[in-house]
Ligand binder design. Structure first.
Ligand code: NAP
Length: 241
């Protein structure tokens, strides 16, 4: 049985991704930070459907907790895939965000994927096998007004993906990125119905996406896509091409 670590799997895209991997017979390490009840309920649901999943609390913005998460996952033997999904967003004018909150955003959105990759790579290199999928955003591709720090971190994730992909490809590890468009999760809870319908009018496919549609892309990059590395796959309904 293959094992995947999914960060921020208690809710939203991470949760849908955990369900998708479990449905395809992967052992899923469900990382969460605050939402213990949601993570436990998800693990219970997966197990009720004969899947295998384990919840592990770790604030991935903290290096030592990343280390504990990776050690826990490795206690099952081999780790085949890492999905760097956990992130926080901040909405507001660039210069209004405090330095502390800005640093926290970079710790969670950029340094956590880098730290977790650093921690899992020696194992994957030893196995000469592994897939890392980093979750960016369309805003990392085109920039979002009033989400400057988030857009910057998500753009950096794209650069990180490409550079790391080149470095570790000879060792048999693939590193890819999924850059979703507007997806129906709590991260967009600040958007009103009017905002969503205005956004939908700008999307060629005329609707926002589902977490499941993003999960399908993530899974494809881990399980299939054997000749794909350093790529940005964008489930976004065509809003960014
Ligand atoms: P969400 O609904 O807000 O869920 C965020 C998840 O990240 C939660 O499970 C949360 O866990 C976890 N998390 C946050 N901080 C964490 C930390 N320090 N340590 C561990 N886990 C942490 O977000 P989402 O919409 O599913 O977004 C998932 C990914 O897709 C993110 O990378 C996001 O930037 C990206 N994305 C989303 C959209 C969109 O429209 N939704 C679009 C483009 C990209 P707890 O609740 O347990 O703390």
């Amino acid at each position: 049985m293959k094992t995947v670590i999914i960060t921020g799997a208690s809710r939203g895209i991470g949760r849908a991704t955990a369900e998708y991997f479990a449905e395809h017979d992967w052992r899923v390490i469900v990382n969460y930070n605050h939402s213990a009840a949601e993570a436990t309920a998800l693990v219970d649901t997966i197990r009720a459907n004969n899947g295998e999943a384990y919840a592990f609390q770790a604030d991935v913005g903290e290096y030592e907790q990343c280390k504990a998460l990776v050690e826990y996952a490795l206690s099952f033997g081999k780790v085949d895939a890492l999905v760097n999904n956990a992130a926080i967003s901040e909405v507001g004018l660039f210069d209004m965000l405090s330095i502390e909150r800005e640093r926290r955003l970079f710790d969670v959105d950029l340094f956590a994927p880098m730290n977790l990759s650093r921690l899992i790579l020696p194992h994957m290199i030893h196995e000469k096998n592994g897939a890392i999928v980093n979750i960016s955003s369309m805003w990392g591709q085109v920039g979002a007004s009033c989400e400057v720090q988030y857009s910057t971190a998500k753009a950096a994730i794209i650069g990180f993906t490409k550079a790391l992909a080149k470095e570790v490809a000879p060792s048999g590890i693939r590193v890819n990125c999924v850059a979703p468009g507007v997806i129906d999760t709590e991260m967009n809870a600040h958007l009103s119905e009017t905002d969503i319908s205005a956004l939908s009018e700008e999307i060629p496919m005329c609707r926002i996406g589902t977490a499941r549609e993003v999960a399908e892309c993530i899974y494809f990059l881990c399980e299939n896509g054997n000749y794909i590395t350093g790529q940005i796959i964008a489930p976004n309904g065509g809003i960014v091409m």
